[in-house]
Ligand binder design. Structure first.
Ligand SMILES: [Zn+2]
Length: 263
């Protein structure tokens, strides 16, 4: 029963979202996708007992439409032709790009067979072109990658040491994504690496964060100074953030003196 309802709803929601996005009715696309995600969320909360064999499908559908919502957000954020010139907006777009990409890549082959979508190239091509615009304006970028000391790493499904259990990271078990749980007595970082190949591309150093950059001088930094001085070193991204309340997707920012950064 759930399977039939969910499947039918997924098919119609996807086709409505596509047509709203293509006709630039983005608020409608965002609200359709959000409504579907909330429906998945309530099914998962209420039926999270293993009673339904397709509880994993519900989670995958939720993640997929969360990605569609990210894409509609992206279209809205880039609707003005000069978006590339607004640092704070580019920063937000960059996060949205990666959230969208990771969610859709994670779910695309499942959705392909589940609701028979032809492919998502129309979305991925669009994202690629946004990335090219950013590269053209700001280069390929440098990224921060923190080293963190942990006491042990356990599995969120069974609670055992991750090296000993049989669960596989990022695979779904009874409606939950398997993730590593890091245990630290306190937050101890032992270094931050500056690299061209980061673990998480969201932690990007932007040229406008450099006081020598023209944009730094142009922007009204008196009020926005906090923003340019704080670099994102860690981003708590979750594919299924809608299952984890408001405490997720938080950026951990550090203040740093640009002149002390050597690379
Ligand atoms: Zn496990």
């Amino acid at each position: 029963m759930v399977k039939y309802t969910l499947n039918g709803a997924a098919i119609s929601t996807y086709s409505q979202c596509v047509s709203y996005i293509k006709s630039n009715e983005l608020a409608k696309a965002i609200s359709k996708a959000r409504y579907f995600v909330e429906m998945c969320q309530s099914i998962l909360y209420e039926e999270n007992t293993g009673e339904f064999e397709d509880i994993n499908d519900v989670l995958l559908c939720g993640i997929f439409f969360r990605g569609i919502q990210n894409f509609a957000n992206l279209k809205q954020m880039t609707i003005s032709l000069d978006w590339i010139r607004f640092p704070e907006l580019v920063d937000q777009i960059w996060f949205e790009i990666w959230d969208c990409k990771e969610r859709l890549e994670y779910t695309s082959s499942f959705m392909n067979s589940y609701i028979n979508i032809e492919n998502l190239d129309w979305i991925f091509d669009d994202i690629r072109s946004l990335c090219q615009d950013i590269d053209k304006e700001y280069g390929h970028g440098l990224y921060l990658s923190p080293g963190v000391l942990v006491e042990k790493i356990t599995c969120n499904i069974c609670g055992q040491d991750m090296r000993a259990c049989e669960h596989i990271t990022r695979r779904i078990y009874s409606g939950r994504i398997c993730e590593k749980v890091l245990h630290r007595r306190k937050a101890i970082g032992n270094h931050i690496l500056i690299t061209e190949r980061p673990a998480d591309p969201r932690c990007r150093l932007w040229p406008w964060q450099n006081p020598d950059h023209l944009l730094y001088k142009k922007w009204p930094w008196q009020t926005e100074k906090e923003f340019v001085e704080a670099f994102c070193i860690l981003y708590n991204f979750r594919l299924d953030d809608f299952m984890h309340g408001t405490g997720c997707g938080l950026k951990t920012r550090v203040k740093a003196n640009w002149n002390n950064i050597k690379y």
